[in-house]
Design a protein around this ligand. Structure first.
Ligand SMILES: [Zn+2]
Length: 327
């Protein structure tokens, strides 16, 4: 009686693992591509395939269905691209776990990708192909050399904004980079993220808008023929225009959090933190009602969260505070 076909039989020939020699399946591609700093693995593979006029990288990476290639991803790319192992490892963070002794894995990962600055891409020889990179943290938004805002938004996320009319945005990036270098990315990035969240909440209430609006006028020209679109591309410009304030706010909160514990407690109790904040960020108008006590409590909690650990569940109290005031 014939046996029913097994799963492997239906799928095709079984992979051969018992050959007496190691088959060399890959050979260098005719055209190589230099990897871009922080590039994603997918982006690099795609560019390598396009440079060699392959429609799909998968066929290049796995040329045989039945001969098992013993090389790992890093070794395959090394053979195919002809690039040195070190430059692949330093440029593409996703490969680093294959050889942590050469390039240590990243200390902080965001899983956020965006397009690299197009002009930097051209300089690095992208020939117009988009290059996608992993961002270092949410504070990594501007190409300082070309003065371009790179982060995406709701509409056309690949359009990059020229911020040369607003040099304060570039200075904000320089300030944040300096803070990152001084404090270390693992310490700085989650704290910046928290500060940016809180600042957008303060901004939403329209208390401190004059500076942001002045910057926005330099980089965004509204189309007068169209009705204003609250959810349109203007949001990206608003985020860029808010950036200098967010940078200074982060610096302010970090400076507050570095005070000794007793001094912090005194400034929280006496409301000095609120006064210092108002001096650094003058309000457009004097708010009424419960806004000032809310702001004071928010600042105190933010400083404490930044001092201890921004990822700790206690920081969620800040979320509750927003909600209680919003509803
Ligand atoms: Zn650039």
């Amino acid at each position: 009686m014939a046996k029913p076909p097994t799963e492997a039989r239906r799928r095709g020939p079984a992979a051969v693992r018992s050959l007496p020699f190691q088959p060399a399946l890959l050979r260098p591609l005719p055209h190589t591509v230099a990897p871009f700093p922080n590039e994603t693995l997918d982006s690099y593979r795609h560019r390598l395939a396009v440079a060699n006029q392959f429609p799909d990288f998968r066929n290049v990476r796995t040329p045989s269905r039945w001969l098992v290639c013993p090389l790992d991803e890093l070794e395959r790319l090394e053979v195919l691209s002809g690039q040195p192992r070190e430059s692949l490892l330093w440029a593409i963070p996703e490969l680093r776990h294959y050889a942590p002794s050469i390039a240590p894995p990243l200390e902080y990962r965001t899983n956020v990708t965006r397009r690299a600055c197009d002009w930097c891409g051209w300089r690095a020889g992208s020939a117009g192909l988009p290059i996608y990179v992993n961002v270092r943290g949410l504070h990594d938004n501007v190409c300082i050399r070309h003065r371009r805002w790179l982060s995406g938004g709701k509409t056309n996320p690949y359009e990059q904004i020229d911020v040369s009319p607003a040099p304060e945005i570039v200075r904000a990036q320089i300030l944040l980079d300096r803070l990152e270098r001084r404090l270390g990315i693992g310490f700085f990035a989650p704290r910046y993220r928290l500060c940016e969240q809180i600042w957008s909440e303060i901004d939403r209430r329209g208390l401190i808008r004059a500076e942001r609006d002045a910057t926005l006028q330099h980089i965004y020209r509204a189309d007068l023929d169209k009705l204003p679109d609250r959810f349109g591309p203007v949001q990206r410009f608003q985020r860029a225009a808010r950036y200098p304030q967010v940078a200074r706010f982060t610096q302010f909160i970090l400076a507050m959090s570095q005070q000794p514990k007793t001094e912090r407690a005194i400034s929280h109790l006496t409301g000095v933190i609120q006064l210092d904040f108002e001096r650094a960020f003058p309000m457009d108008r004097r708010p009424r009602g419960i806004t000032i006590p809310w702001l004071r409590k928010l600042l105190v909690q933010l400083v404490e969260a930044v001092t201890t650990d921004p990822l700790h569940p206690r920081s969620r109290e800040i979320d509750r505070l927003w909600l209680s005031h919003s509803t």
